[in-house]
Design a protein around this ligand. Structure first.
Ligand code: GDP
Length: 298
């Protein structure tokens, strides 16, 4: 499948290394654990998550009197799945009248992701409206407009530098007038100015509170998987600024750093809802942690 082929490099990075440890060691000792730990950290699972996984493995090995290194493989897979458990991932906005805010720093693939989501929902027969509320970036609106055309959905924008909350106000008016199912709003991602960003997002949320109180709301943060630990750090920072309900991990095609999906769910407890697996409109997939781990290991 696409998921499996897209994960080839991540698989090489994490699983091949682990398997050579399982086969290379004749018995379980400190060196064995240390090498496993290093492989998981190098695989971008995050230091914190890795330590918990190794601790759990050590306990199980003791409890179950395990002697063979290869027997640790299944235990480790279970442990990674457990770390990723964030409960059931809801996609409520797909089925309700919703406003979805999309945030993310420059270059992560935010515009592309909004275009892909718009295309996906439009193809499902839903009425989609885009709100170009990232008025800070030059050409952000024009770029989004191209995606709106590609996805065959309407876009509401504003002048560069105009008030994002005003754009959201207009977009909400359009969404209500056209009985839209989903209003997808591009928002700024200025992590270097967290206070301003926080104020801006609050102001936008107040517009929704007032103008569209019954709409279901989500905030998705878009992260570039190829940046590994940096993506995790960004997720943490955005989570301090606003309530994140889901993550979209882009550029999962061809990166060796796909292990970051584990770290995000484990350390933040926020579900990765979609992954980007290419540059075209169809290259967005729903993410499922178990499927992901199975695709890596089996
Ligand atoms: P933005 O600045 O965050 O809005 O980023 P863009 O949407 O303009 O995307 C930046 C670059 O990343 C573009 O060249 C996109 O084609 C590319 N891109 C976005 N998502 C993906 C993905 O899932 N896979 C790949 N390979 N490239 C992507």
């Amino acid at each position: 499948s696409r998921l499996v082929s897209g994960l080839t490099k991540t698989r090489d990075n994490i699983v091949s290394g682990m398997d050579s440890i399982f086969h290379g060691f004749s018995h379980i000792d400190d060196d064995f654990y240390e090498e496993l730990e290093e492989t998981l950290i190098m695989g971008d699972l995050g230091v914190h998550t890795t330590i918990e996984i190794i601790e759990e493995l050590k306990e199980k090995v003791k409890e179950q009197h395990i002697k063979e290194p290869i027997e640790c493989r299944e235990l480790l897979i279970d442990s990674i799945k457990k770390q990723m458990d964030v409960g059931e991932t809801a996609y409520e906005f797909e089925n309700r009248q919703s406003v979805v805010f999309v945030i993310g720093v420059n270059g992560v693939g935010k515009t592309t992701t909004i275009g892909k989501l718009a295309g996906k929902f439009h193809a499902q027969g839903k009425k989609v409206i885009l709100g170009a509320a990232d008025t800070f970036r030059a050409a952000a609106g024009e770029q989004l407009k191209e995606w709106a055309n590609r996805a065959q959905v309407e876009m509401i924008g504003g002048q560069e530098g105009s008030d994002p909350a005003a754009v959201v106000y207009d977009a909400v008016a359009a969404a209500k007038a056209r009985k839209a199912d989903i209003l997808l709003c591009d928002t700024a991602g200025r992590l270097h100015n967290k206070k301003n960003l926080m104020e801006e997002l609050k102001k936008i949320n107040r517009v929704i509170d007032r103008e569209y109180p019954d709409a279901y709301r989500e905030t998705l943060v878009v992260l570039d998987a190829t940046t590994g630990q940096n993506a995790l750090a960004q997720a943490k920072e955005f989570n301090e600024v606003t309530d994140i309900t889901g993550v979209v991990l882009t550029k999962m095609d061809g990166t060796a750093k796909g292990g970051i999906a584990v770290a995000i769910q484990s350390e933040l407890g926020i579900p990765v809802k979609y992954i980007g697996v290419g540059e075209s409109i169809d290259d967005l997939q729903k993410f499922n942690a178990d499927e992901f781990v199975n695709a890596l290991f089996y």
